[in-house]
Design a protein around this ligand. Sequence first.
Ligand code: GDP
Length: 320
Amino acid sequence: MEHNARIFVAGHNGLVGSALCRRLRTAGFSSVLTVDRGELDLRDQPAVERWFRANRPEYVFMAAGTVGGIMANATRPAEFIYDNLAMQLAVANAAYLTGTGKLLMLGSSCVYPRECPQPIKEEYLLTGPLEPTNEPYALAKIAAIVMGRAYRTQYGCDVISVMPSNLYGPHDNFDVTSGHVLPAMIHRFHQARIRGERALTFWGTGAPLREFLHVDDMADACVFLMAGYDAAALVNIGTGEEISIRELAHLVRDIVHPDATVTFDRVKPDGCPRKVLDVSRLHQLGWRHSISLREGVAQTYAWFLNELASAGPRPRGTTR
Ligand code: GDP
C-alpha cells in the first residue's frame, strides 16, 4: 500500500473504523477517505455506487455495520440483518463496479457455529447451527464472506475477510443495555462508584468464556493484512487468550471501582458458552497482538473519563 493511496474507511465513527483512521494516519497514509452517515447512507446501493465513482478509492476497509451486544441483537433483529446485508452488498458491489484494488470485509466471531470445537479454526465456518441470540447478525456477516469469495472467483476481485474476536476500546458503545459486556461493565462500575453503590449484578452465570482484543491491535492487524494478504481463506484476528465473564468483572472492578462486589443474575442469558479464536493462521502470517487486557481496559477507562470530562461529544450510551 503506497502512502498516497486513496483509502476509504467505511464506518469511520465506529469502534473499528475510528481505530483504523488513527492507525492509517499515524502510519503516514495521507489520503484516508471517510463519509458521514448524513451525507451517504451506506445501505443505499445507487448512492454508494455514485460515491465510489466520484471518489475512486483504491483500498476499502468495510468497517461499517449495525452492531451491539446480546440485548440489542435480541430486540432489534430486523435492523441487524437488513442494515448489515444492505451495507455490505452496496459497498462490495460498488468496489467491484468501480475497480477498487482491494476490499477488506470485517466479520465477527459469531459467524461460527455455536457448538463448534474451541479454539475456533477458520474452517469451522458453516459446519453447524448458529448461536440463536445473534443469528440475524451472524447470517449477514456470513453472506458477506460468501459474497467476497464469489466476487473473487467470478470477477477476480481482491476481497479478504477477517473475523475479529470481541473488540473493545475508545469509541465503543458504552450503553449499559445495548453495549457489549466489556464497555457495559466499565460504565456500570463507573456509575456505581459515582453514586456510592457497591453491589453490582451482571447477566448470566459468569461462566461463559470470551476473548477480548483491543481495537488498536485490531486496526494494526487489518492494515497488516491489507498490505500483505491476498487469499479467499478467512483470517481470525484475536489474542488466542480467554477469560470468564466473572474474571472479567473482577478485572474491570479492580481498575474502575475496587470496593465493589460482583454477583450474577442467572435468569439473564449467557449466550455462547465459550468463544475463543484459533489465531494460528494470523500468527503464521507474522502478526501478534501487543496490548494486554489489563492495560487495554485501563487505557479504555482513561479515554472514557476523558471524554466525560471534555466538552466534546460524550461516549456513546452515557449521560453526564
Ligand atoms: P456476546 O459475546 O455476543 O455473547 O455478547 P455480549 O458482549 O453482550 O455478552 C457476553 C457475555 O457477557 C454474555 O454471557 C452476557 O450474558 C454476559 N454479560 C454479563 N453482564 C453483562 C452486561 O452488563 N452487558 C452485556 N452485554 N453482557 C453481559
